[in-house]
Design a binder for this molecule. Structure first.
Ligand code: ADP
Ligand code: ADP
Length: 226
């Protein structure tokens, strides 16, 4: 589902944010990317969604070799990736429903289809009763769940999340990560960047560990070796 072959990323500043990183993630796996601040976690996610291009190496996402994806192919590739951000990036002047509906509107879905899918997504994150609310009236944890509903509403085969619990307390963080694990359990590939090692250990999932741009560990919970 995701393959990195000797991928390096050097920014214009000359800094190597990633150096010779190789790994493979199977369809339906839930995997964390962890490491200290500046280790290269965001860069790795940005290479997958083609926000950035690698300096060297090859990346395959959803069977597409990213080096062959041109400008016009980028939107298509991104439709296959549900993205969740730390600051959730909700539109504060639109209702919860309208925020979640956005990817379906962009994809040109029919109206009744949009209603059905948005409510199914809100149901999954436990916010069905809040569809008319405005994001500003929700708690931080609820706002993040709206962001997750928006990421899954078009049923992408893959979800990537950059520090999705960065602003949440430990209990809420565990709940949010539990949601991601549920999506993984139904066949969606889930890749989550998080510096929260304690949380990752508690969830018992595979973790790619970055240190100054190098992949220094590929931790798999016991009993789940490939
Ligand atoms: P993390 O997500 O683990 O905190 P990042 O991928 O954001 O790490 O950053 C890795 C390194 O690359 C850091 O040293 C950061 O300052 C640097 N970096 C990130 N984005 C850019 C950019 N656009 N230009 C130059 N340097 C960058
Ligand atoms: P960071 O918080 O890591 O600094 P930025 O604010 O620099 O991240 O945003 C990273 C990039 O992600 C921006 O260039 C933005 O245009 C891009 N971006 C925003 N939404 C999406 C999306 N849905 N898919 C792909 N890229 C996106």
């Amino acid at each position: 589902m995701i393959r990195f072959d000797n991928v390096s990323k050097r920014y214009l500043t000359g800094l190597d944010a990633l150096a010779e990183v190789s790994f493979e993630i199977e369809a339906g796996e839930m995997v964390f990317v962890t490491g200290h601040s500046g280790a290269g976690k965001s860069t790795l996610l940005k290479l997958i969604s083609l926000v950035e291009r690698p300096t060297r190496g090859q990346i395959v996402v959803n069977h597409a070799e990213l080096g062959r994806v041109r400008r016009r192919g980028i939107a298509h590739l991104r439709r296959g990736i549900g993205m969740v951000f730390q600051d959730h990036r909700l539109l504060m002047d639109r209702s919860v429903f309208d925020n979640v509906a956005l990817p379906l509107l962009i994809a040109g879905a029919a109206r009744d289809e949009i209603g059905k899918r948005v409510r199914a997504a809100l149901d999954k994150v436990g916010l069905l009763a809040r569809e008319k609310a405005h994001p500003l009236t929700l708690s931080t944890g609820e706002q993040q769940r709206v962001g997750i509903a928006r990421a899954i509403v078009a049923k992408p085969p893959m979800i990537i999340a950059d520090e999705p619990t960065g602003n949440l307390d430990p209990q809420l963080s565990l709940e949010i990560m539990g949601l991601f694990a549920e999506f993984g359990a139904v066949g969606t590939t889930v890749l989550v960047a998080s510096h929260d090692l304690l949380l990752i250990k508690r969830l018992g999932k595979r973790a790619l560990v970055l240190d100054h741009g190098r992949l220094v560990d590929d931790f798999r919970p016991q009993g789940k070796a490939p």
